[in-house]
Design a protein around this ligand. Structure first.
Ligand SMILES: N[C@@H](CCC(=O)N[C@@H](CS)C(=O)NCC(=O)O)C(=O)O
Length: 225
């Protein structure tokens, strides 16, 4: 079923931006009717800066004549506008647990991606195992998704863009081969690996994540030391 918003939605996005991917995934997974506009961030269109968002960042969401920015806010807006999409657990405690899980991910695991891709610090990659050990206690009943949900919930949608990019990085020439092998075969990491695999295979993620564009982005960003 296509979800029709009360006012037209336009998503100004960039196909390799993980922050914009949060909102793109939410709209795609919930099967919302919206218009997608790709913004070339290396050559931002004048009309985008003049008429849409002078801040020049994606994601930018237009809802009727109103603008919403900041990916955590734009993505939560989709969850709030379409309660029937089931992106927010109804139980307040479960919702709190899911928010804590996403916070811990951003605090523990996200910095590995940031340092590797934006500071070309590839030495941090093997530290992922220690961070996963600290993170997993917050990942409550991921079978297949948080809290036993049969589809990714908002907290997972906020972090999956970084999971898919981390796996791409671990599978690439920038990462020691043993790291990906250990993550994908050692029973100790099975919970994290199975959950990540389910998230990456979920339709909202699979339809929006382009491996080759992101691999090209890594090649441009990561400088050999
Ligand atoms: N805190 C922002 C970050 C968004 C962001 O940094 N987007 C980047 C692309 S990945 C961007 O628009 N960069 C263009 C610029 O900074 O001029 C959010 O969560 O929405």
């Amino acid at each position: 079923m296509v979800l029709i918003p009360p006012k037209p939605i336009t998503l100004y996005c960039c196909n390799i931006c993980p922050w914009a991917a949060r909102t793109w995934i939410a709209l795609t997974q919930a099967n919302v009717e919206y218009e997608y506009v790709e913004i070339d961030l290396k050559n931002k269109p004048e009309w985008f800066l003049r008429d849409v968002n002078p801040g020049g960042k994606v994601p930018t969401l237009k809802y009727g004549e109103d603008l919403i920015i900041e990916s955590a806010v734009t993505t939560e807006f989709i969850a709030d506008l379409f309660p029937e999409a089931g992106l927010l657990p109804k139980d307040a405690f479960k919702l709190a647990q899911s928010r804590l899980m996403a916070d811990r991910f951003m605090e523990l695991i996200f910095p590995i991606y940031r340092k590797a891709v934006f500071a070309s610090n590839l030495e941090v990659i093997p530290t992922i195992f220690g961070e996963i050990d600290k993170f997993v206690p917050y990942l409550i009943n991921p079978s297949p998704f948080f809290g036993g949900s049969d589809h990714p919930i908002l907290a997972e949608i906020l972090i999956v863009p970084f999971i898919s990019r981390l796996y791409l990085l671990l599978e690439s020439e920038y990462s020691p081969k043993e790291v990906y092998t250990k993550l994908s075969t050692d029973p100790k990491y099975k919970i994290f690996n199975d959950w990540s695999g389910a998230l990456m295979a979920s339709p909202g993620v699979a339809k929006t994540f382009d491996k080759s564009l992101n691999a090209k982005f890594f090649a441009e960003r990561i400088v050999a030391k």
